[in-house]
Design a protein. Structure first.
Length: 308
């Protein structure tokens, strides 16, 4: 009992002294804060920082960054030009289809652009966004000369997909979404994947001029095999495998039997061991009449033989 009583007295004394101890601790912390030596102008700096943060937030939120960037760029270019670093000469090489103005506009170069603040790497990236430009080099020659070298893609064929015809390069890049008149006589390829498959196929067909000179359009079927539509209306169905052999067979038949000049509509070469030909309606009707006449003549001859 004495121990429990002594413990109770100790706890009561400790609890009784706690408020005073907390007051003394709080007082020491407060005095430490008061004694901090705040640098002169810290309040103004804090306010300026807050205002700057607000302005930056407003600029980003209001999508004003591009405008501000352009204004800063214009100021820098004007200062650099005044210091003798304006662009006084632009040497441009490699252009054929693109005009000088188109190239400079794509590169982001204007009359006020300075050589000092021109980002040559970024200008090159911009040039390569033009589908006509396959390669580009931008070289700054201080104090005021700029050299731009480009390599253009060459128009290769016309590509029809979903009733739209575009001008393409040999690597399948669409150069123009519509076909300029001066390129209207380029080979026409049709179908999904035809733009990428055309170079190899058209190169193969070019080795058979008696066929290639007649082709109006080459149609890629299911991205696996080609059909040729000839200018006289004949359709040639090529096999998926060994199209070269089929083209050679077609060339031989045309040379020996004048096949492609006949009144036919389809030449089916999909089977390696046979050639199937479908006549036009008029030719089929004429053939039927000829067969009937031959059959009639045969029967008449048989009757005469039996009478004799």
């Amino acid at each position: 009992m004495d121990r429990r009583g002594h413990l109770a007295q100790s706890m009561e004394g400790s609890i009784g002294r706690s408020p005073g101890r907390w007051r003394r601790s709080a007082r020491r912390w407060f005095n430490a804060l008061v004694d901090i030596d705040v640098p002169s102008g810290a309040g103004a700096a804090a306010v300026a920082t807050l205002l700057l943060g607000s302005v930056c937030y407003g600029v980003v939120k209001g999508n004003h960054v591009p405008t501000i960037t352009e204004n800063v760029q214009a100021i820098c270019d004007a200062a650099a030009t005044a210091a003798g670093f304006g662009i006084s000469e632009v040497a441009l090489t490699g252009e054929r289809e693109l005009s000088r103005d188109e190239i400079l506009k794509t590169a982001g170069i204007t009359d006020s652009t300075s050589l000092l603040f021109l980002d040559a790497a970024q200008a090159r990236v911009r040039l390569l966004t033009n589908p006509w430009i396959a390669e580009a080099t931008v070289l700054k020659l201080y104090p005021g000369r700029l050299r731009i070298e480009i390599k253009e893609r060459a128009p290769f064929a016309l590509w029809q997909k979903e009733a739209r015809t575009a001008l393409i390069a040999a690597d399948g890049t669409v150069l123009e979404p519509a076909v300029p008149e001066r390129f209207a006589k380029l080979p026409l390829v049709v179908g999904n994947g035809a733009a990428q498959a055309a170079p190899g196929f058209l190169d193969l067909v070019s080795h058979y001029p008696s066929v290639s000179k007649r082709i109006l359009a080459s149609v890629l079927v299911a991205e696996r095999r080609w059909n040729l539509h000839l200018a006289n209306g004949v359709e040639v169905l090529l096999p998926e495998a060994d199209a070269e052999k089929a083209l050679q067979m077609l060339t031989d038949l045309d040379r020996d039997k004048n096949l492609l000049a006949r009144d036919i509509v389809v030449v089916d070469l999909r089977l390696s061991d046979r050639v199937t030909v479908r006549l036009s309606d008029a030719a089929a009707a004429a053939r039927d009449e000829a067969l009937k006449a031959a059959d009639k003549a045969r029967k008449a001859k048989q009757r005469k033989g039996s009478e004799a």
